[in-house]
Design a protein around this ligand. Sequence first.
Ligand code: 5CA
Length: 436
Amino acid sequence: MRLSRCLIPTLKETPAEAQIASHRLMLRAGLVRQTAAGIYAWLPAGLRVLNNIARIVREEQDAIGAQELLMPTIQPAELWRESGRYDGYGKEMLRIRDRHDRELLYGPTNEEMITDIFRQSVRSYRELPQSVYHIQWKFRDEVRPRFGVMRGREFLMKDAYSFDLDHAGAVRSYRQMMLAYMRTFQRMGLKAIPMQAETGPIGGDLSHEFIILAPTGESQVFYDAAFEAIDYSGGNFDHASDSDLARFTALMTSHYAATDEKHDATAFQRVPEADRREGRGIEVGHIFYFGTKYSAAMGFAVAGPDGAPLHPEMGSYGIGVSRLVGGIIEASHDAQGIIWPDSVAPFRAVILNLKPGDAVCDRACDELYERLGTGVLYDDRAERAGVKFADADLMGHPWQIIVGPRGAAAGRVELKRRASGERADLSLDEALARLG
Ligand code: 5CA
């Protein structure tokens, strides 16, 4: 895309309303604009990041056999009366009446709706286990929306639901999902740590939060650095192998990790001092096992092997897709701006034409732009070089290809890696080869 024709409204000044780095940088880099308290429009570059994050989440859900579907944002109040959560959810739930005076709500989560869908469709134990997920907008009327997309009112969530015949099956689904989460965050360049958590309004007796470290996190966390060294990729753990899952679970539970609510100072002292990590944490995911809580309350039973009705055991599994955009920036930025990991960057590279209108510069840039194909941004604006450098650092493209008149005349460009600041003077062909 040519930057001169893009809706990427970067800002030089720091917006006064933004208290944390990711919020400031998302506004300054032209990723989002607020339209109402806690509600954001995703501008083209922001949407590209959001879609890249959603793609990684989707690939890792698909990889463990979860099926993608799409449930609506608007739900009938009736379903939530069946589970008993309609009144309990309180003011966080946005309640709506339609023209026939029927009560609706904008979904804050989907346990009731998915249980209803399974109740209508799945009749026999032979059809289970199954897991499903969707990536859909949620609304929670938070008292204090803040920190931009980190605590929004409207936000994008991946929520998955598992249905199993017995406790052992449900635990297996839970562990597979935990493995998928660690892989998902690893691919985004994040060090996410699973921590035992309270189950809150979702209910159940087993729950983990996935936390990344950032100074602006909402809770204090403590963990063993051993987590950061684990490689969760497919070669290391096969999600379909029970022994791999057991080895993975042993690793996740043998190292110390806790939020302040569950912190045990004595146990933490047993972690070697050099490996003790402590700081503020952002919750980017949360998983729950709650057994038959919803299937029993909503009368969902399948015929078991002996013909007797059986309430499936369930779990639900959330990832804050839009929160992750802010979370990744919190974990990866410097004084100049965002440093996007390659896997989620809106553009993998930017071409900086330092002298638009100069025939040699234009020709070199056009050739690079054409050969690099889509996914690359071309800064063809009639702006000073300083403005282009500052904007490129602010927007955080992993690579900058800098084309100036003197270099271009000699067939050379400068390639800069945003993360390390490393620069190389290369021919066009060499620069293209480096970018793969
Ligand atoms: N039903 C369960 C699992 S699907 C559930 O709703 N869990 S949750 O409440 O913990 O939300 C899942 C994830 O959504 C959280 O870990 C967090 O990353 C994200 N999230 C929750 N509330 C917000 C919010 N107000 N703004 C942005 N992201 C949020």
